[in-house]
Design a protein around this ligand. Structure first.
Ligand code: NAG
Ligand code: NAG
Ligand code: NAG
Ligand code: NAG
Ligand code: ZN
Length: 791
């Protein structure tokens, strides 16, 4: 039913859009049946666009297992809990014995956000397999919320209700689990700040408004609920008035909000956090054609302290206290307060067209990735000498010294992936998808415990980077519990993308799934066990010319082979970190097979290369257990002595030992005999993502030269803002052996000795080695031919 549904649905959209002059048709006739489609949501006007969520179905595998656990929770969790607080504000009765979810969803100042997340998750769960239970729950919630909105608006011209519902709204259309005042007081004349006093403080009120509107819009997109759109549009009408006229019934009101007032609001730590509120209003503008909603989105521009810096590419995420740009922002910005703002700027760009919004988003993303991102895909952390708030941005390039304490907030990864995906729709650089894949198969999959629960979402908040720390699961009512329900019900959203003209299909991720591309009459079925396995098979049903772009992941080291109908495509150059293109007139039954052998790779922290992780294809391998060794709690590993000329760590150094009962690969390190396993496994064992590389002397296999393994500290980054007690740039630069083995594989022993010789020469020139040490190293390297032979 999904296909016809989509076309009808979109036709209706088009008529709407025409009626309001919201769109102009470009290139009509140049494209096939897709001519009449109007795309909604992220990338609606971009050169590359997503498919609707119901056009892709997830197949069996790791992601489906994770998804199904969350779906079980969504199926059985009592949705009436989400209405209790809304009913209180609306003056509607609640069924006896039903309580709010709890956590931050307990009547405190962030209440209401989970209702939005739950609606998004239900609509995504429904899009996937059209299971009626999700739509039934969702439709009920929407109808109840609509009734609440009407009851509150009905008080606008009259007198108040009683009890919690005694307040009178300033404008029609407000909907929330808290009084309207908790939103209005953020602005003038009161300028409420973050805190817990229900009468004077506020806590990210626009964040909650965003989540509710997002949930409603997702219900509209994924389940065609016109009531959801109607409630969302009324909320948006209210938002426009709240952000232009403002708190007009306050005795000290002095007039409409100014740009300056808005800037002052958004710079407030946590109180001014608005999530991605600016993403929903341009979408509502697209659907309704009402330009006021685009203006509302722009009201969220964080113009005083961040927008301009992002347009001009001045990284000011962390500044010293004497250089704070703006009246109110803290020295160190809160990661998840700011990442989603840039998703909103992209939406303003998509519907308003101002280039600076795109530029700001692109530059901002580059400050975060790779400069502040851990190998897990996480952002945040704690820092010596500053505070212990793990939700704040690291100093630029501070990876190795940001691992103490709590770890990386899962929400920030959710939003960073959203930003990467949306940027890719405009700037088709494979690096965004490499990052997306890293975050998805590590921090996102790793955020769900591998246990069933229908009363608790079993999701992470922080994911620790501290060596030997376990992950905690739970998070009813928190931000990460909310975004987590969403993450695990939209795994299929980025597997495929298409060019706006329908001539190109982008295959970004290797995930078992079926794409039903109705407009083209093409179905693509992808069979793979990725990331447990490293091959994928695509079977085409349908006929016609199409460019298929296949992502060649940046981590590919052992080749990326493509066969079509059994014929190896040997003329194709598969450059890691790019897409390769298969241009062809496809026929039903055509089969594309991809073989991309995983390798074990070592990745080093940019600021401290001896602080490393083990990667297996896209997956980070964590070390199980805890150590009492003296390396600041990190496991110390010596691995170079196990390498042969091919430099392949999987040969001996970190060897696959088998497959677990859950089908996951297991590995062991040769040194110390540690068990190593994929990050995505969701249990509460003590695990370490990073370890310390301990390589005291220059060794070639078992031949030890006795010469210290010297370091070159050249090229290490300096933190933009000093980290107390930590030298910057550091003194743990890449070692002699690092620089040698970075050039593996070596075709011949002669080539190996040449690299050893030239590297040793540079170490002599830099004063790290004496001529005698150089000679010893080269002599031993020459003797190591048998030792290093790899065949
Ligand atoms: C979508 O909703 C509209 C308005 O409620 C309705 O007219 C239409 O039939 C619906 N389409 C589908 C496929 O359910
Ligand atoms: C309030 O009353 C005015 C004047 O009667 C009317 O125009 C308006 O529609 C009413 N607003 C609402 C939200 O009922
Ligand atoms: C205040 O904002 C409203 C838009 O909500 C606008 O219609 C009105 O003209 C503004 N008033 C002043 C004095 O600028
Ligand atoms: C893709 O992005 C990376 C990282 O920002 C950059 O180094 C590279 O030049 C970009 N490639 C293209 C083709 O723009
Ligand atoms: Zn969070």
């Amino acid at each position: 039913m999904a296909w016809i549904y989509k076309i009808l649905f979109r036709l209706r959209q088009l008529l709407w859009a025409f009626a309001f002059g919201a769109i102009t048709l470009v290139g009509i006739g140049a494209i096939q049946t897709d001519v009449l489609a109007v795309d909604l949501g992220p990338g609606a006007t971009a050169p590359v666009r997503p498919f609707a969520l119901n056009q892709v179905q997830l197949g069996h595998g790791l992601l489906q297992e994770k998804r199904d656990r969350v779906k079980s929770f969504l199926r059985l969790y009592d949705e009436r809990k989400f209405l209790v607080l809304f009913n209180n504000q609306a003056g509607r009765a609640n069924p006896k014995g039903v309580t709010p979810p709890g956590g931050w969803e307990d009547g405190g100042l962030l209440s209401g956000h989970w209702t939005g997340h739950f609606m998004t998750a239900l609509s995504q769960a429904y899009a996937d397999q059209s299971e009626q239970v999700f739509k039934t729950k969702l439709d009920w919630m929407i109808a109840e919320l609509a009734a609440c909105q009407n009851m509150i608006t009905a008080r606008f011209n009259g007198s108040g209700g009683s009890g919690a519902a005694s307040w009178i709204p300033t404008f029609p259309g407000y909907l929330g689990a808290l009084p309207e005042d908790t939103v209005l007081r953020l602005g003038p004349p009161r300028w409420a700040v973050y805190g817990s006093d229900p009468n004077t403080n506020t806590w990210a009120p626009w964040y909650t408004q965003h989540k509710i509107i997002r949930g409603l819009l997702d219900a509209y997109y994924n389940t065609n609920s016109s009531q959801a759109l109607s409630v969302a549009t009324k909320m948006a009408d209210w938002a426009y008035l709240a952000l232009t006229i403002g708190d007009k019934n306050h005795p000290k009101y002095t007039g409409n909000l100014t740009r300056d007032d808005l800037n002052y609001m958004w710079d407030l730590y946590i109180g001014g956090e608005y999530g991605g509120a600016n993403e929903v209003f341009p979408e509502i503008y697209q659907i309704t054609g009402d330009r006021r909603h685009l203006e509302t989105a722009k009201a969220f521009d964080n113009r005083e302290s961040l927008f301009g810096g992002a347009v001009n590419n001045q990284d000011i995420l962390v500044v010293t206290k004497d250089k704070i740009p703006g009246r109110r922002r803290p020295a160190r910005l809160h990661a998840n307060q700011h990442v989603p703002q840039f998703i909103g700027y992209l939406r303003v760009y998509e519907h308003g067209g101002d280039q600076e919004y795109f530029t700001a988003a692109k530059n901002f993303y580059d400050w975060v990735v790779p400069h502040r991102r851990f190998a897990t895909g996480g952002v945040g952390g704690s820092y010596p000498g500053t505070d212990t708030n793990g939700e704040l941005f690291q100093n630029r390039d501070n990876i190795a010294n940001a691992m103490a304490g709590t770890g990386a907030e899962t929400c920030t990864t959710y939003n960073t992936l959203k930003l990467a995906r949306n940027l890719f729709l405009h700037d088709h650089n494979a690096t965004y998808m490499d990052s997306y894949e890293r975050g998805l198969f590590n921090q996102i999959t790793g955020s769900r415990a591998d246990t069933a629960s229908t009363s608790d979402p079993q999701l992470t908040y922080f994911q620790p980077l501290t060596p030997g720390a376990p992950r905690d699961f739970g998070n009813t009512g928190t931000c990460c519990g909310g975004t987590g329900m969403e993450s695990h019900t939209k795994y299929q959203e980025t597997v495929y993308l298409r060019s706006a003209d329908g001539s190109t299909l982008w295959i970004n991720l290797y995930i078992p799934s079926t794409l039903s591309w109705a407009e083209k009459g093409i179905v693509v079925k992808q069979e793979t066990t990725f990331p447990r396995g490293d091959t994928a098979k695509f079977t085409i049903t349908g006929q016609g010319p199409l460019d298929i772009k296949l992502r060649v992941p940046a981590w590919v080291r052992k080749g990326f082979k493509v066969a079509i109908n059994g014929q190896a495509q040997s003329s194709i150059v598969a450059q890691p970190g790019t897409y390769l293109t298969l241009s062809r007139t496809w026929e039903t039954g055509d089969v594309i097979e991809v073989n991309m052998p995983f390798s074990i790779r070592i990745e080093r922290a940019i600021d401290r290369p001896d602080t490393q992780v083990i990667m297996w294809g896209p997956v980070l391998l964590q070390i199980v257990g805890k150590t009492s060794s003296t390396n600041d709690g990190f496991f110390g590993l010596s691995l170079y002595r196990y390498l042969k000329r091919d430099g392949d760590y999987s040969r001996v150094a970190i060897k696959r030992t088998g497959t677990s009962a859950a089908d996951d690969p297991t590995f062991q390190t040769a040194d110390i005999g540690l068990t190593v396993r994929p990050y995505y496994i969701g249990d509460s064992q003590a695990v370490s993502s990073y370890f310390r590389r301990i390589e005291p002397t220059v060794v070639f296999g078992t031949i030890n030269t006795g010469v210290p393994n010297g370091k070159r500290n050249k090229g290490l980054p300096s933190y933009d803002v000093p980290v107390s007690g930590i030298p910057s740039p550091g003194t743990d630069g890449p070692t002699f052996l690092d620089l040698i083995w970075d050039q593996a594989p070596f075709a011949t022993h002669k080539a190996f000795v040449e690299v050893v010789t030239s590297t040793a020469d540079t170490f002599v020139a830099a004063g790290v080695y004496s001529a005698k040490e150089r000679d010893t190293i080269i002599a031993k390297a020459s003797q190591a031919e048998q030792e290093l032979a790899s065949d």
